[in-house]
Design a protein around this ligand. Structure first.
Ligand code: ADP
Ligand code: ASP
Ligand code: MG
Length: 447
């Protein structure tokens, strides 16, 4: 029996008009049984996402006791949605309770989760589906890390009894009912957990673009739409910055081999992008599948003669990061040099100097060089590195565009080559790689 999970993102649910589209999508296929919703996102470019406002509410409430007027803006948006959809729900009481709870609890996680919660309550009522609070079925441990196994057990039992349900994305519960959210964009993870929990045949992820593109559409105009991706390539592209799907959303569906279909709420007839288990993925004949990247990294390069002979050299450096709880993004190395690439955000408030000092103490290097404002760009392709000359073409394309390469990291998976460039060269780098490898392919779905 076919069971589809549908996750709808913020833009898809930003207004009553958009929610009407969502209803039409669900009505057209009765196997779309479980719906995971985000909070209302932007209706237009300068609009503010409900989630962003809720984080501000929590801050205001901590600083001045109450979120007050800012919550009124949120109140107006939800009230407008309810009125326009003519949903029979006492939204005033629900909003009053929510405001009171935000002012009492004051945590970022609780406040931010309320966008999904409120939208879920409204949309469930509008669709005539049962509302299932994510706190009942998504469980985090005391350490704040998702408890994947108990989430799966609880979800399986609870949802087996319900035919059609709406579940708010993005959050769940820690012990003692403390609300905990995933990182931003985390409703994609909830969708994936629900898909695994109900043994879905398909996880449809409905968003505001036609699918996974070969590059960020905000930088490359009309990029190639990817028809099909393997789980592994998806993970590489999303981790490296293709923000259309949360990079952790792959894990729950991966073991159950549930395919993901990225679809456009505003163009439902487009087939979108299918994401399938690696063994089922045949590739598309292109050398490069896609390019993704992110700005704002710090590269710390450590030089020491004959470092390779020093047992535990890398471990000593990594233990400095561990001590400060700083995640490592990449670690390219050469003879007598080793670089660590770290998100600059994690080195704020004087941490950068402390880390460098501790590295000096730990390994007594000949030289330490630090470069800030670095962007990483990953060029990803199934078996890309088996095609002779790929790296040469990549580096030539970058040098033709006058982009200076600060570091190179060729992943051992042979599915990607990562380069580090200056933040200000990021867009140019992306465009030149796109032009070299992808621009000449025919876009089958282009309108
Ligand atoms: P949602 O709110 O539906 O979860 P997101 O904003 O999280 O949507 O993700 C969709 C957005 O991701 C698109 O509007 C697009 O601007 C951006 N994006 C970045 N890289 C890519 C890519 N490679 N393919 C498609 N979209 C991308
Ligand atoms: N609303 C949350 C965010 O803006 C989660 C999500 O949309 O997936 O990050
Ligand atoms: Mg998203």
């Amino acid at each position: 029996m076919s069971i589809k999970i549908c996750k709808f993102g913020g833009t898809s649910l930003a207004s009553a008009a958009n929610i009407t589209r969502v209803k039409a999508i669900l009505d057209s296929d009765k196997t779309r049984k479980y719906v995971v919703v985000s909070a209302p996102g932007k209706r237009f470019d300068d609009d503010i996402k409900i989630t962003d406002m809720l984080y501000q509410c929590a801050k205001l409430s901590r600083e001045s006791g109450k979120c007050g007027k800012l919550f009124d803006v949120i109140r107006d948006r939800f009230t407008e949605i309810v009125n326009n959809l003519q949903v029979d729900i006492d939204i005033k009481s629900i909003l009053d309770e929510t405001e009171k709870a935000i002012d009492e609890i004051k945590t970022d996680d609780f406040a931010a989760s309320r966008g999904e919660y409120l939208n879920g309550r409204i949309i469930a009522k509008y669709l005539g589906f049962e509302f299932v609070d994510a706190c009942e079925i998504v469980k985090f441990g005391e350490n704040g890390i998702l408890d994947s196994d108990s989430t799966n057990d609880i979800m399986e039992k609870k949802l087996a009894k319900i035919q059609y349900a709406v579940i708010p994305g993005f959050y769940g519960a820690m012990p003692f009912d403390h609300v905990k959210t995933f990182s931003r964009g985390g409703s994609d993870i909830t969708g994936s957990l629900v898909a695994r929990g109900v043994k879905a045949t398909m996880y449809e992820n409905w968003t505001d673009v036609n699918g996974f593109y070969a590059a960020d559409p905000r930088i490359i105009a009309n990029p190639l739409q990817i028809e099909c991706l393997g789980y592994h390539e998806l993970r590489e592209l999303s981790y490296m910055g293709a923000s259309v799907l949360h990079s952790e959303a792959i894990f729950p569906v991966q073991d159950s081999r549930i395919p993901i279909n990225i679809k456009n709420t505003f163009e439902p007839e487009n087939p979108g992008t299918m994401i399938v288990p690696d063994e089922e993925y045949k590739g598309n004949g292109h050398t490069v599948t896609g390019i993704a990247g992110k700005k704002n990294f710090t590269v710390i390069s450590i030089e020491k003669s004959n470092m390779n002979a020093e047992i535990g050299f890398a471990r000593k450096i990594l233990s400095v990061l561990e001590r400060y709880g700083i995640p490592l993004e990449h670690m390219p190395s050469g003879i007598d040099t080793l670089s660590i690439v770290i998100s600059s955000d994690t080195l704020k408030n004087g941490l950068k100097d402390k880390v460098i000092l501790r590295i000096r103490e730990a390994v007594n290097p000949d030289k330490v060089t630090v470069i800030d404002s670095v962007a990483t760009v990953a060029t990803v392709g199934h078996g890309m590195c088996k095609v002779k000359g790929t790296a040469g073409r990549l580096f030539t394309a970058l040098s033709r565009s006058n982009v200076n390469i600060l570091l190179i990291d060729q992943g051992s998976s042979e599915k990607n080559i990562i380069v580090g460039v200056k933040n200000e060269d990021y867009e140019r780098a992306l465009k030149s790689i796109y032009l070299e490898f992808l621009a000449h392919h025919e876009n089958r779905f282009k309108v």
